[in-house]
Ligand binder design. Structure first.
Ligand code: NDP
Ligand code: 2IT
Length: 473
């Protein structure tokens, strides 16, 4: 009997182990084959490959357990944009010289709602970056619980150093083509890197003139012409709300924690403001030239200074140290070597590489909440997860921005405006619901919450089901 029990116990373990291996092997085969075909079909699009690879690794076990999704070729369909629009954007500078930029709109998926996603103006913009962002947006928008499909647009135009008149002429030229592809029930753009209130205003104005109608096409609009209260704050605030829920799983909060933030634009400013108001000491900001370290931490006054510097004067972050001489500026460096408890990357993709992640881990950082889209490279994510850190991917923790865009669309449709308290309460609830979805689908056997897995599976299921129910379109 003893032997028998022992044997059966062993058999159980063995069977479980074998099943596990087969499953792992099946998953690996599926992912490898899928990625090989994707890379062959979309050569050179490295950011797009990276974003797809992360999602397909998470959802492959779910797909293999649901063969219907295999038969439906859902993954093959979900990585193919429904439409890609690429167009010439000619414009004239203040000296009369002509320039030609390239415009993009990737309409990735409309299964759960009209296309929705930001517009990025940055010299690095190319098709790969647009496709990765539109792909991420599809799952992010699904997580928000609101009915929004996924899209992204932009141009390799950089507003930096351009006059207001040049930016206006560029935006008008951009819309002269894009206007025919967007609309309140078709595709609703918003801001992203290099596109804030000024650019949204110029694009919306030209769109309205060409269409001869006022509709809520564009979110992030001005407060006196249809914009939602709290939309400027929403991405940064939402990231902090998400981080609060993550910290609570370990009985912690922002109080007394040192926070390192990258970027100094929209997301960084409001992430810093909320983290500070929740009791954290925020010690860095950065831009593409370097970072500032303020050992005394941010105050309301210092954050107001940064907002004015970046949004009004349109200066560089290094100017901070002239105003606050106790701070230091580090040219050409990223802030990840600064000792902290919590890191919030809020600048751009792949800004935390393995060497940066190693520094964060060595310095005792235990929580990384992404405000930017895909700021952490796959090997750096693996290191965070190996160290059982709290780590949230942007598609979960930066979803507060597009969620509040969704709330702006609702307000526009109803032709009314909610108070800041109403919007904040809804934003807070949405971020908590996204956190709960990550916990539901991402909790592993040892209790570790794999937020990457949770966000990808939760985001995927809804889009995949909607696509199946709508037939082969
Ligand atoms: P902004 O243009 O307001 O700010 C971007 C900041 O990041 C600037 O400080 C900029 O510095 C820095 N940055 C940009 N590119 C690079 C780079 N290649 N290397 C280093 N620093 C860089 O953009 P947002 O704050 O709106 O966007 C920041 C991130 O958040 C992006 O990943 C965006 O996709 C994401 N996001 C934004 C949302 C929103 O609502 N705005 C919503 C969800 C995600 P510099 O001035 O030198 O260019
Ligand atoms: O990446 C993003 O989620 C955004 N840039 C915001 C998109 C939106 O439509 O508000």
């Amino acid at each position: 009997m003893t032997n028998g029990n022992f044997a059966s116990d062993f058999d159980d373990k063995f069977t479980k182990y074998t099943k596990y291996c087969i499953m792992d092997k099946q998953v690996k085969n599926y992912v490898d084959k899928f990625m090989a075909e994707l890379i062959a079909k979309n050569p050179g699009e490295k950011e797009f490959h990276q974003a797809v690879s992360e999602v397909v690794e998470s959802v492959a076990p779910y797909i293999l357990q649901n063969p219907y999704l295999l038969d439906q070729k859902i993954m093959e369909r979900i990585v193919e944009p429904e439409r890609v629009i690429m167009f010439r954007v000619p414009w004239m500078d203040d000296k009369g010289e002509i320039h030609v930029n390239r415009g993009f709109r990737v309409q990735m998926n409309s299964a759960i709602g009209p296309y929705k996603g930001g517009v990025r103006f940055h010299s690095s913009v190319n098709l790969s970056i647009m496709k990765f962002l539109a792909f991420e947006q599809t799952f992010k928008n699904s997580l928000t619980t609101l009915p929004m499909g996924g899209a992204k647009g932009g141009s390799d135009f950089s507003p930096r150093g351009k006059s207001d008149a040049e930016v206006m002429r560029f935006c008008q030229s951009f819309i002269n083509e894009l206007y025919r592809h967007i609309g309140p029930d078709t595709d609703v753009p918003a801001g992203d890197i290099g596109v804030g209130g000024r650019e949204v205003g110029f694009m919306f104005g030209q769109y309205k003139k060409l269409k001869n109608e006022w509709t809520g096409t564009y979110t992030g609009k001005g407060q006196c012409w249809g914009g939602s209260l709290l939309r400027p704050e929403a991405t940064g605030y939402g990231a902090c709300y998400f981080a609060q829920d993550m910290l609570a799983t370990r009985g912690k909060s922002f109080k007394g924690q040192t926070v390192v933030i990258s970027g100094s634009g929209n997301v960084a400013q409001y992430a810093a403001e909320k983290a500070m108001r929740l009791g954290a000491k925020v010690v860095t900001f950065s831009d593409s030239n370097g970072y500032i370290y303020d050992p005394e931490g941010m105050t309301e006054e210092k954050i107001a200074y940064v907002k004015n510097l970046k949004n009004v004067i349109r200066g560089r972050i290094k100017e901070y140290v002239k105003q606050y001489p106790n701070a230091k500026y580090f040219e050409g460096e990223r802030p990840w070597g600064v000792k902290c408890d919590i890191a919030m990357p809020c600048a751009t993709q792949n800004e935390i590489e393995l060497k940066d992640a190693e520094k964060l881990v060595a310095n005792g950082c235990y929580c990384v909440t992404e405000g930017a889209n895909m700021p952490t490279t796959p090997d750096a994510i693996a290191l965070f997860q190996k160290n059982k850190m709290l780590y949230s991917p942007g598609k979960a923790s930066n979803a507060g921005g597009v969620s509040t865009s969704g709330l702006e669309m609702s307000q526009n449709s109803m032709r009314l405006k909610w108070t800041a308290e109403e919007v904040d309460e809804k934003l807070h609830r949405i971020m908590s619901d996204i956190h709960a979805a990550c916990v539901k689908y991402g909790t592993e056997e040892d209790g570790y919450i794999n937020y990457v897995k949770g966000a990808n599976i939760a985001g995927f299921i809804k889009v995949a089901n909607a696509m199946c129910e709508q037939g082969l379109v």
